[in-house]
Design a binder for this molecule. Structure first.
Ligand code: MRU
Length: 355
């Protein structure tokens, strides 16, 4: 069974509504950017790479259904739509980065002599359509680099991984990042077991990661978030591997709430802590974690389960969706499609590899 969060054919886009998983697997059509904005905001689709892909593909859907008179008109339309998509969720950098890169290459294209409105529109649609395949290839490379690094350190032992949130096929265009590393370890026959946290309050671990593990026949065990330190003490965890929504210049990482606590517990138990993410999650413009905008979500995610109130009436709620893990707690390294780097050296390594 191949799990796919996104279905795209020129002019048509649908997403697996992740709010309904695991009870029901229903695809929902997105007519364009407005629908995508709502689907991202409501977390029907989530995970940094999937958000970026769905956002850009929703723009491609609108572009193929629209005629333009001038290249400037296309540019203005594209700029407005991309800015709208970037505003849907603030913490993950991937959509903002994709938007910025598309606008740069698109403007170069427009400046070329003889460019026409239809020509640049079609060029942009084709460019966007390349995103899913590229993302899957990047994830496969992350999986290979991460698995090799972890296996080398484990010295022929089978490995036990602890992961958080959902970073698999459902959070990307396919294969996954941190869960891609788990998948690659499983494919190599070296994974003994993966422990996944429930990831309150949205339960990406219990609903989505557990669903992926069962669907793929990967040996997995679900844990309450509050069980992670004890699991490290009891379950011979080889390494912790999590994803990232944004990695800033000094190597601090913004990721799903609970990542910081996991890293602290891993540090106490001297268990290597890895972050697996595409190089597009790297944001050198922000100097350190405190500059990242952390999304805060509604109180109802904490006070209610399936519409049923579980918290005392009148209590105040703080519900940040992400936290910041300081660079010095990322002891295993940052696994990217280009290799595994010490977190503190990521910026230098990226600058070298991109030059
Ligand atoms: O709120 P979410 O579900 O979008 O948060 C997802 C995460 O924090 C993931 O770890 C991150 O986006 C990486 S997904 C490959």
């Amino acid at each position: 069974m191949v799990l796919e969060a996104i279905h795209y054919r020129r002019g048509e886009l649908s997403i697996l509504n992740q709010l309904l998983l695991p009870q029901s697997a229903q695809y929902e059509t997105l007519g364009g950017v407005r629908d995508a904005w709502h689907a991202i905001r409501d977390m029907k689709v989530r995970g940094a790479p999937a958000i970026a892909a769905v956002g850009c593909l929703s723009l491609a859907v609108e572009l193929v259904h629209k005629d333009f008179s001038t290249t400037e008109e296309v540019a203005e339309f594209v700029h407005e739509k991309l800015q709208c998509l970037v505003s849907a969720r603030p913490t993950a950098v991937n959509m903002a980065r994709e938007a910025q890169e598309l606008e740069v290459v698109f403007r170069e294209m427009i400046r070329k002599e003889g460019s026409t409105a239809t020509g640049v529109r079609d060029w942009l649609v084709t460019k966007i359509e390349g995103i899913p395949e590229r993302d899957i290839q990047v994830n496969r490379n992350i999986g290979q680099h991460g698995a090799r690094h972890i296996i080398a350190r484990a010295r022929d032992q089978k490995v036990v991984i602890l992961t958080h949130c959902n970073t698999g096929a459902l959070a990307t265009c396919g294969y996954g990042t941190a869960l891609g590393v788990v998948r690659a370890l499983h494919e190599a026959g070296t994974l003994e077991r993966v422990y996944c946290t429930e990831t309150r309050p949205y339960n990406q671990g219990a609903r989505l990661t557990a669903y992926e593990l069962v669907a793929e026949g990967i040996p997995g065990t679900l844990l309450a978030d509050s069980a992670v330190a004890f699991a490290m003490a009891q379950k011979k965890i080889t390494a912790v591997v999590v994803g990232a929504d944004r990695i800033v210049a000094n190597g601090d990482v913004a990721n799903k709430l609970g990542t910081f606590s996991l890293a602290l517990a891993a540090h106490y138990h001297q268990i290597p802590f890895y972050v697996a993410a595409p190089s597009s999650s790297w944001d050198p413009k922000l100097p350190c974690g405190s500059s990242v905008v952390i999304e805060e979500r509604t109180a109802a995610e904490l006070t209610h389960i399936n519409g049923q109130r579980i918290a005392a009436q009148g209590i105040d709620v703080w519900n940040p969706a992400f936290d910041i893990t300081p660079v010095n707690l990322i002891t295993g390294g940052i696994i990217t499609e280009l290799g595994v780097f010490p977190a503190a050296n990521l910026t230098a390594a990226m600058l070298v590899s991109k030059s």
